[in-house]
Design a protein. Structure first.
Ligand SMILES: [Zn+2]
Length: 279
C-alpha cells in the first residue's frame, strides 16, 4: 500500500493521500475514535465523504478541500446516520447537496435529534468538567482535546445549530463518472445501522467503508459491559462484509481506525462470527 501523509495543519485530523485525487482525513481526537472522512477529486466533481462530529473537524475538512483544489466541494455523502459522521454537515454551504439513503435521513430526524437533546441537557455540566480538567494534572485527555470538546458543546447548544439533513436520496447503486475517475456509491441495508453507503473506486481498488468496517476489531471490543462494538444486525453485517470482500479492493478505509486491508475485513468477520453467529 502506497499512501503518504500530506502537510496540512489541523488539530482534528491527519490528512493522507491514498492516490492522486483520493484523500482520507483521520481524526486525532480520541473521543472520536479515529473517525475518517474522504475527499475525492473526480475531475469535474469534488466530493466529501462524511463530515465528522466536531465542528472544527468539519471546518478543517472544508479548509483542506479549498487548500487542495481551490474550490468548493460539489457534493457531500453521509455514509450513515450516526452523529460522528453527520454533525459537521451544517458547516458546509446549503447549496452543496448531501447524498444519503432515505432511511439515513429518517434516522437522523428521529435518533440523532433525540441524541442532540441529550447532549444539550448535559452540555453545561460537561463544559464545566472540561474547564476543571484544564487546571488538573491528571486530566483524562490532552489540552487540545479538552478545548475541542468545549467547542463542541458550545457549538451544539447554540440555538442556531440544526443538523443539516441529506437532500439527494438514493435507494440503489449510483455510479458517478467524473472526467478523471469513476465512483460507485453502493447502499447496503440493515447491518451496522439500518442503512449504510460505501464509496467504491473500482479502478483504484479503494473502498470507503463507513462504519461497516472498524480497523482493529479485536477482543477488546467484545460485547460485554465495556464493549464498544455495536451493530444493529451483526449477522446481516457479516453477509455485507462477505459480499464486499469478494470485490477487487486493495485499500479499505474503515469508519474508525483508518487505512486498512482485506485482513481487517476478515478480522471483522471473524469477530462477528465468534461473538454473534451461532453455528
Ligand atoms: Zn462512526
Amino acid at each position: 500500500m502506497n499512501y503518504k501523509k500530506i502537510d496540512f495543519e489541523s488539530s482534528y485530523f491527519d490528512l493522507f493521500e491514498l492516490t492522486d485525487g483520493i484523500h482520507v482525513a483521520i481524526s486525532k481526537n480520541d473521543s472520536e475514535v479515529k473517525t475518517s472522512s474522504g475527499i475525492f477529486d473526480l475531475g469535474n466533481y469534488l466530493i466529501i465523504f462524511d463530515t465528522f462530529m466536531y465542528p472544527g473537524g468539519a471546518r478543517d475538512l472544508y479548509k483542506a478541500v479549498k487548500e487542495l483544489y481551490d474550490r468548493d466541494p460539489s457534493f457531500i455523502i453521509n455514509s450513515h446516520y450516526h452523529s460522528d459522521h453527520v454533525f459537521g454537515n451544517c458547516l458546509f454551504p446549503d447549496n452543496i447537496p448531501i447524498i444519503s439513503t432515505p432511511i439515513t435521513v429518517k434516522k437522523i430526524e428521529e435518533d440523532v435529534s433525540d441524541q442532540l437533546k441529550e447532549f444539550r441537557k448535559t452540555a453545561e455540566e460537561e463544559i464545566q468538567r472540561r474547564k476543571e480538567m484544564l487546571n488538573s494534572d491528571d486530566a483524562p485527555f490532552g489540552e487540545v482535546e479538552i478545548h475541542n470538546d468545549i467547542e463542541f458543546y458550545k457549538y451544539i447548544t447554540n440555538p442556531d445549530f440544526k443538523i443539516r439533513l441529506p437532500n439527494f436520496l438514493i435507494n440503489n447503486n449510483l455510479t458517478i463518472k467524473g472526467t478523471k475517475r469513476t465512483l460507485q456509491l453502493i447502499p447496503y441495508g440493515v447491518g451496522h445501522t439500518d442503512s449504510d453507503i460505501v464509496a467504491y473506486f473500482p479502478n483504484e481498488k479503494i473502498c470507503f467503508m463507513g462504519d461497516l468496517l472498524l480497523a482493529n476489531l479485536d477482543d477488546s471490543w467484545a460485547p460485554n459491559d465495556s464493549g464498544r462494538f455495536s451493530a444493529f444486525n451483526p449477522s446481516k453485517l457479516y453477509e455485507i462484509l462477505k459480499s464486499i470482500i469478494e470485490k477487487d479492493i486493495e485499500i479499505y478505509i474503515a469508519g474508525h481506525g483508518g487505512i486498512s486491508t482485506e485482513e481487517s475485513v476478515q478480522m471483522n468477520m471473524d469477530f462477528i462470527k465468534k461473538y454473534y453467529l451461532k453455528n
